[in-house]
Design a protein around this ligand. Sequence first.
Ligand code: NAP
Length: 288
Amino acid sequence: MKTYGILGKSISYSLSPYMHRAAFKAAGIEADYQIFDKTESQLDGFFSDLRKGVILGCNVTIPYKEKAVLYVDKYADEVKSIGALNTIVNRNGRLEGCNTDYFGFRDALTGKARGDLGFEPRGKNVFLFGAGGAAKAIVFSLTRKGHSAKKIIIADVEVEKARTLADSFVKNEKPDTLISVAEDRKQYEEFVSKSDLLINATPCGMKKDDDPLFDYRYMHYKLYVFDLIYSVESSLLKEAKTRAKKAVGGINMLLRQAVYAFSYWVENMDKNVIEHAMRDALMDNIRI
Ligand code: NAP
């Protein structure tokens, strides 16, 4: 039996097994997809199994997306810029990695299918909450040549983290996009009111009693809102559905990153069939 899975820590909540098991079934491949819940001291052993082919491929999630880069022999261009990967495959004993969060975000942002935002970032002003792993993939996406936003303002509870993300992108990628940082709530609200797109790439909103990221009254009727949270309808998303032009949660991004990951392991499969199977499995098992 071929073995795949997801590597992370305290990840029993993961929806990836449902999606990938359904995809293997739809592709007619006999394979098992497991949760590899590992501590840091177990990582060497895990990657040794991956290299030996005991495990043929894996997804990587919190908190190992950055660390996993050190274990692979080769990685795709986006991994270098983002500094993190979320998918690994064993190709003839060599480990190769890519970041499908980037592709998933890009497609869910610009796509026209149900649940996509249908937003073209070129020349637009973007306000981004969060400076963690997902935010890096988002900044990478919003600074691609031909699609680059005019300006990205980053806000994080740790202002220094937002500044590091902004500075490293400006220094290493030399984007056409202006990237800067919002330091306090007053600035958040000023920038939100001037933005075309607002993105939440923080976990804030997953719990019912989370404080709002900002005063929702500053959202305006031309604003597009993308909340990466997929497990609940956050208060931001609820408010945005009435106050903003269009708002979506993170389900389509989650789905698309999984489809890209699957196609990294299994070549020449029908993407539509896989996406369909994964979407059904996701919707059957998500509690939203
Ligand atoms: P992460 O690496 O932990 O980054 C989250 C960042 O947000 C951290 O820097 C955190 O600061 C900051 N933060 C937390 N609360 C905040 C607040 N109230 N205001 C401003 N900043 C705040 O996590 P991640 O991997 O980037 O994921 C972020 C969110 O995106 C999670 O909800 C995750 O489930 C979601 N996500 C969704 C998808 C999808 O496919 N839909 C993919 C990836 C991630 P501290 O470190 O100080 O807490």
